[in-house]
Ligand binder design. Structure first.
Ligand code: UDX
Length: 434
């Protein structure tokens, strides 16, 4: 099929490349000429495993093109909207400017029978608002949220765990078009859920709200563990054996960040307020607050570990990205902790295998060192904030001891073996661990 993808950020670039890889003829469209240029040359503009390979293969096959010209969308059977919906400045609601602009720009190029499929995460009610504009051209509007995780985006796009298609009344043509788009996944038995627009929009925000709540739940337990001497990691293991609960997303630590969970729960709460149902998701404000408190706690632990003050102490942060296998620093708890320590007068050094260029741009006041061991050399305290393998698995206390005389580690991801560090003579401080 011929497809257009409007917006070539994390979501759109991966979607375009993945759709070309399963045999479609795809044009990706973005207003950012630099991004389009990189993608056209087969270069991934951000770190995402396997994306580079797919871009190269797409360019070689002649089935994947990128342009800044929205007119290139004309003639596609399905037009995917994959633009960002960031948090509004100074408010919690989502900023829909890019979605509105994309639809407006696309309208003149739609033909009767085309399908517009929204993938962006939007407040419930957005599709119903946009539908008359799209339908006036004879095209149909579907909402088809994505659930991809950064670092797994290619796999999550090609082999999703479910496909959700929200449509308006009489939209069977849109459903069959999307069934054809996703034919390989459908043939593999992927659940294909056809529903209305509002439900499809809600599935996405409800999923993210649930995941955020699960993380904040265990982080709230970490706060209780801290005043009772309990160990939240053992608690999580024990809870996780209950199949109804499950162990995933019960990792206590400095909490969630990134371009999705924080802004999505805030936008959801803001939308619920508008709908007169603020009380129904009032708990999301608590989820957000617990999450942010854990960053304070990590800072407190470093202060405590260094005897009450970090002033002029050398503190090395292992990690800048909001999670491993990503160079994304949007709302990164790691960098937030780094910046706060710097604010307290610490001499902060940050290292990360992928995110340093992005981090430098956002926090020029911090010092950055590419090499892990160089970053650790001479540190008074080491803080694990992003659980890359190079830190969590591969850095041993014995090796760290050869790099510095400092003997304090703060494990912001509960990724290390406390007993091992202690046995090697280190003061180990975890999150919600004795
Ligand atoms: C998330 C959703 O998982 C995905 O389905 C949605 O489409 C977009 O938002 P992503 O932002 O890529 O994906 O990251 P995810 O892997 O969900 O992690 C989010 C944050 O939670 C990270 O900062 C991570 O470190 C943190 N986290 C995750 C924890 O603190 N504890 C955990 O147990 C799991």
């Amino acid at each position: 099929m011929r497809l257009s993808v409007i917006g070539c950020g994390y979501l759109g670039a991966v979607h375009a490349a993945a759709m070309a890889s399963i045999g479609h003829d795809v044009v990706g469209i973005d207003v950012d000429a630099e991004k389009v240029d990189a993608l056209s040359r087969g270069l991934a503009p951000f770190f995402e495993p396997d994306l580079q390979k797919l871009l190269e293969a797409g360019a070689a096959s002649g089935r994947l093109h990128f342009t800044t010209d929205i007119a290139a969308a004309a003639g596609a059977d399905v037009h995917f909207l994959a633009v960002g919906t960031p948090q509004q400045r100074g408010a919690h609601a989502a900023d829909l400017t890019y979605v509105d602009e994309a639809v407006e720009a696309l309208i003149p190029h739609l033909r009767p029978g085309d399908v517009v499929a929204g993938k962006s995460t939007v407040p419930v009610g957005t599709a119903a608002r946009l539908a008359p504009l799209v339908e006036a051209t004879g095209a149909q509007l579907a909402w088809n949220p994505e659930f991809l995780r950064e670092g797994w985006a290619v796999k999550d796009t090609i082999e999703p765990d479910r496909l959700v298609i929200g449509v308006g009344p009489d939209a069977s043509a849109a459903v069959s078009a999307l069934r054809r788009v996703y034919a390989p996944a459908v043939a593999a038995g992927t659940p294909f859920i056809v529903t209305d627009w509002a439900t499809a929009e809600l599935v996405k925000v409800a999923a993210n709200a649930f995941l955020a709540t699960k993380i904040s739940f265990i982080n709230a337990m970490a706060e209780i563990a801290e005043v009772t001497g309990a160990d939240v990691t053992q608690l999580a293991d024990a809870l996780g054996h209950d199949a109804r609960i499950g162990r995933r997303f019960l990792g206590a630590g400095i909490g969630f960040g990134g371009g999705c969970l924080p802004k999505d729960i805030r936008a959801f709460a803001a939308r619920a307020e508008e709908l007169g149902r603020g009380d129904s998701v009032a708990f999301l404000r608590e989820v957000d607050a617990i999450n942010l408190r854990r960053r304070d706690r990590a800072v407190e632990l470093v202060v405590e570990g260094l005897g009450g003050s970090v002033f002029e102490k050398r503190v090395t942060l292992l990690g800048a990205a909001f999670k491993p296998y990503s160079d994304d620093i949007r709302d990164s708890p790691a960098l937030d902790v780094a910046a706060r320590l710097r604010g307290l007068g610490a001499d902060v050094t940050v290292t990360d295998p992928a995110a340093l260029d992005n981090a430098r741009r956002q926090h020029p006041q911090l010092s950055y060192v590419d090499d892990r061991d160089e970053a650790i050399r001479g540190a008074d305290a080491i803080v694990l904030v992003t659980e890359w393998d190079a830190y969590r698995r591969e850095l041993t206390p014995e090796h760290a001891s050869t790099l510095t005389d400092g003997r304090v580690v703060v494990d912001g991801r509960n990724g290390w073996d406390a007993a091992g560090w202690r046995a090697a003579g280190w003061t180990y401080l975890g999150m919600g661990r004795p």
